[in-house]
Design a protein around this ligand. Sequence first.
Ligand code: BF8
Ligand code: SF4
Length: 656
Amino acid sequence: MSEEKKKIDNRRTIDPAALAVIDRNDRDGQVETAYDRYVKMQPQCNFGRTGVCCRICLQGPCRITKKSSKGVCGAHGYTIVARNLIRAIAGGCGAHADHSRHMFYAIHELVEGKAPDYAIEDPEKLRRVAERLGLTVEGKEDMELLKEVVALAEADFSKMSDEPCKWLETTVVPGRMEVFNKCNIQPRSVHTTIAEVMGQTHMGVDADPVNLIFQGLKTSLADYISMHIATDLSDILFGTPKPVTTEANFGVIDPEMVNIALHGHNPLLSEMIVRVARDMKAEAEAVGAKGVKCLGVCCTGNEVLMRQGVPMLTNFLSQELPIMTGAIDAMVVDVQCIMPGIKAVSECYHTRIITTMSHSKIPGSYHVEFTESRAVEKAREVINLAIEAFKERQGKGVDIPDVKVKVTAGFSMEAMEDLFKAVNPDEPIKVVTDAVDSGQLRGVVLLAGCNNLRVLHDASGAHIIKELAKHNVLLLATGCAAGTAAKLGLMNDEAVEKYAGEGLKAFYKTLNDANQEKLKEKLPLVFHMGSCVDNSRAHDFTTALARQWDVDVPKVPFVASAPEAMSEKAISIGSGCVTLGIPTHVGVVPEVTGSALVNGIALQIAEDVFGGYFIWEEDLEKSVEKILGALDERTWKLKIHQQTAEKFETALSAGW
Ligand code: BF8
Ligand code: SF4
């Protein structure tokens, strides 16, 4: 047994509810979860981990070793690492495009009158988006306008011509577009860019690592476009999130209700299930339940939390564990980050695993094929399966860890601006830039990304949040990092009292006082901006800061951190952050260290070209130090530039 294998056990989480389930299972169960499988998987392959394993053609796998510095075809390590990396970025972009395209299809059906259960929930958002895209809004009916917006989305998905994608051009500052043009990384469209990567990385095509990486960065912009389209279309269809207070962690499961866990990413069916569940109380009561309770997992969880106030059950890594409480009647899944392992766990209980998408199935599960044209009917079908399961549950014991915390979420860009407007109606975002200029805030950090068993579940996210708050950093969160904050009690007002430094507390006081009448609860320590596609909202925040300071993004004291990055989507989002000018901390070193050249591009050369760069750091203390260092460097430079601009009466954006 290797040293590493000896050291690792399955208690790889700090979430008290998850730990309670793991410990009970170790004591008197035999259910295998990801925590156990990770231990069994040790030691993991170092060739794969450093990116130097190539399986692109059937002569492979080729691995770079001391004995052999090239693959059979002569590909160097740097080519292999770069190809693997950009294929991962394309995978992430493909997943976001899939999500975004599905929103597009649904709206397309709505516009054609073929999706009767959907409507334009937020016509104002539609008008804002249309205006931003340069469409004439006045005198047009909502449906007419939506048709035009969807036509532009279709072009951004698939056009072959060279003009800029609308969702890129209209959402970033001009300085970014100049850099993208100069580096020739403007995507023609989302789908063409993904296809280009697959062609470019085929055996015997591009061997130039720099050329490959630039294509990867182009793909990360295509990814950004997909995410932004998904966010905009979801808001138009389901409403733009506003602050909402609910609860998180396993204690939200109510044994007397029919419990349905909504898991995955796509809000199209989950929104319907939440709405229909409210109307199916009588059916639930008929089998002895008090009603139907929806609970969220992963990013579908984030979507329905933000818009409907659905309690957050858990995040990615612990997705199998709620089933082991014996009280989840159905877990309904759509796409992405769904562990196939949930099926095997469910076999020990009465839980129905219900897949809903034609391209995302798990053998042996129930499948209720979702269709836009019959959304309510499909939602009813799913809920009926859960009600059936509830009947089977009667007489069996349940064991739900009593862990539950308050959560205030729902901070879309619009909701944030609304809060700031109460302080400064004319220039809302100036509330933040002023606070940074005065030293009250040290900067802004986005916590994003996944969970990953290579590090202790939830530990790095929680540590980074607490430490940055102490140092007066304004905190935004998305994805499963937001899940960490929600579950561990860091996404409520009590956490402000406990963890925020004096500057941050004063900043909150200003906002709370000015918004007293509007807010039901005081503001939380971490602002939940949504699911992973909603990283677009965080980018909008950065763009707003850059516009307010009248600078390009590389001058903005904004850092992103993915302490537990796991998925290909996380790789594409992180690469997008770097390309968009943001220092990006990743707490799990990606598979690039096998090439000093590629690693160097990520860590250093990227900064010279784009202003953004990666920070790989697994150590918690050092991560905090490096994030604060990146913020401080930018705040310091911004100050110097402000002074220079004042002295010489030049624009702040001139020079660097
Ligand atoms: O899109 S954060 S584990 S659930 S990939 Fe997946 Fe990562 Fe969670 Fe959301 Ni994002
Ligand atoms: Fe090996 Fe080259 Fe084939 Fe990759 S493409 S598997 S390095 S021969």
